[in-house]
Ligand binder design. Structure first.
Ligand SMILES: Nc1ncnc2c1ncn2[C@@H]1O[C@H](COP(=O)(O)OP(=O)(O)OP(=O)(O)O)[C@@H](O)[C@H]1O
Ligand SMILES: [Mg+2]
Length: 231
């Protein structure tokens, strides 16, 4: 469904991603792991069209999306939950959600459906973005991505900075989405969450893939856990 092949990426002259290849099949949950600065967000930005691969190819459902504008990538079916969450601070919860929806979209995710998934958002529907807690902002960011009815959801460290109880709540939601067959590319530093949810994992170090395998492979690989994930 998603396929990165030998992707390189730069910020100006800084060469950040080196020959990154990654595959994600329909219905799969794939995790992208690695320490701070490993290149996880840069990979997400390349997929979403904020950075062009140079060189390298990024294919989604058979189309070469490398270099497409971000709005075109999201319309093609990739929902993005950015690391900084991107909630509009001066819009209400409801407005944050409806502004993302496409007119005439009759897909699975409507306002009512995302409120069912996140009852807390319904309670806060009239609150402004800046009045939400970190956990509520993360829920809103996920809900907003769903409003575009994506076939692949790309989340950049959704558990970052959140209390364990909220992390569990968010991971439960991702489990529900997985059970419905939604494909997920999950960037995480919370290894436990990644091992629980992920079918397969890629570990990045210095902008290059240094490990790929299943949860069992990763759990059994002490060297990778120690050297690249500081476990
Ligand atoms: N806008 C930028 N300009 C120049 N260098 C950048 C820029 N953004 C990130 N970098 C550098 O690119 C490298 C990879 O950063 P990236 O944000 O992809 O890491 P990450 O794995 O997402 O880290 P974290 O877990 O802290 O979010 C780092 O060395 C970082 O300093
Ligand atoms: Mg990051």
């Amino acid at each position: 469904m998603l396929s990165l092949s030998s992707v390189h990426a730069y910020y100006g002259d800084s060469h950040i991603l080196h020959d990154v290849s990654l595959e994600l099949a329909r219905g799969e949950v794939v995790c992208l792991l690695g320490r701070n600065g490993a290149g996880k967000t840069t990979t997400a930005l390349a997929i979403m069209g904020y950075l062009a691969p140079r060189p390298g190819s990024i294919r989604f459902e058979g189309r070469d999306i490398g270099g497409w504008a971000p709005h075109r990538v999201s319309r093609a079916g990739i929902g993005f939950v950015p690391q900084e969450r991107g909630v509009f601070p001066s819009l209400t919860v409801r407005e944050n959600l409806t502004v993302a929806a496409r007119a005439g979209d009759t897909g699975r995710w409507t306002l009512g459906a995302v409120y069912e998934l996140f009852p807390r958002l319904r309670e806060r529907e009239g609150n402004l973005g800046f009045q939400l807690s970190g956990g509520e902002q993360q829920m809103l960011s996920i809900a907003r991505a769903l409003m575009l009815n994506p076939r692949l959801l790309l989340l950049d460290e959704p558990s970052e900075g959140l209390a364990p109880m909220i992390v569990r709540e968010i991971m439960d939601v991702l489990r529900t989405l997985k059970a419905e067959g939604l494909a997920v590319l999950l960037i995480e530093q919370n290894l436990r969450a990644a091992l629980d949810l992920g079918d397969r994992h890629y570990v990045l170090s210095k902008g290059a893939v240094c490990f790929t395998g299943t949860s069992a492979d990763l759990e059994g690989n002490e060297q990778v856990l120690r050297d690249y994930l500081s476990v």
